[in-house]
Design a protein around this ligand. Sequence first.
Ligand SMILES: [Zn+2]
Length: 379
Amino acid sequence: MIPGLINCHTHVAMALMRSVADDIKLEKFLDRTFAIDAKRTPEDIAIGASLGCLEMLRSGTTTFLDIYYSEDVIAKSVEAIGLRAYLGWGVLDERFTTQKGKPVKNCENFIKAYKNKPLVKPVVAPQGVYVCSEETLLEAKELAAREKTFCHYHLSETRWEVYEHQRKTGKRPADWLAEIGFLSKGDMAAHCAWLTINEVRHLAKAGVGVVHCPTSNMKLASGGVAPLPEMFSEKVQVSLGTDGCSSNNSLDMFLEMKFASLMHKHNRWDAAVLSAQKCLDMATIDAAKSLGADKDLGSIEQGKKADIVIIDSSTPAMVPTREDNAVANLVYASPSSAVRDVIVNGRTLLRNRMVLSADEKKVLQEADEAARLLLSRSR
Ligand SMILES: [Zn+2]
């Protein structure tokens, strides 16, 4: 038994856009995904979210943190399947969005409608410095403070983002965010692949958590490597995220733990730099601490919520399992196929590899069909 895994950065509804833009340069990747995204209907978003939730459920993820628009549609899919989710409504300058109305107002409406639900927690998600003005960012911060939630955003994912921001403002993104007074305790910044030690210290001082997304960064050839050892020594809380299916292309947190460890071992020429236990912690208890939810989530303890995953240690990828190698097997043997049962909030959603909370076959057929139609509309 392990605590349910926590995926701290994704765009769940993009599961419908799995493997639509691979092995191409970032600019082309963005053009292609934006073109498809612009054609999406609320039905596509709902079925994409259901597909993503099923994938996470089967790979042992019980909680995730999302950024997207139309989180009200996504919330319904999440609640139906029974996962736990922190849903961040995308906030950005009006001139950059296809959202109707003012994004920060849409976010506020979403928070008001969902703030007292048991499994879904609404979050404010200013997308990133490249589409958010100082005014938008500070409005997002204010809204999060007023509604007692937090901000989740992309930060320093690419070198282009850093240099472009520096050209416009004279400051690197995290230095600038500190200067305008945006950084707040409990916020979560995804990627952080291009940070200086000074920027790491800003995040540490403000109490901002970092969500490391190694697979997405490596697949999109971002080049930068989030400086995890420096973040640990500065006491920044670090968790893991898969990012969306158009960049990863999977929502499997077992793979994310493995790639995190391999990326840093390889980068630092140090096999001890990121242990299997630390990777498991980043996917469970450290993630719960980042979310401010460690009194309820992240470990199996009396008094916490029952978010539990049972692994079948008799499957090939887990044999031999002993007390001394169980954690290494979980992280390096990547046994998501060995997930046998999943319990969220005391409710069994997967039993003996059977999904109990959704008609899986129907969801998969509908998702396949919706993806086919979406691609033909966006050609
Ligand atoms: Zn992202």
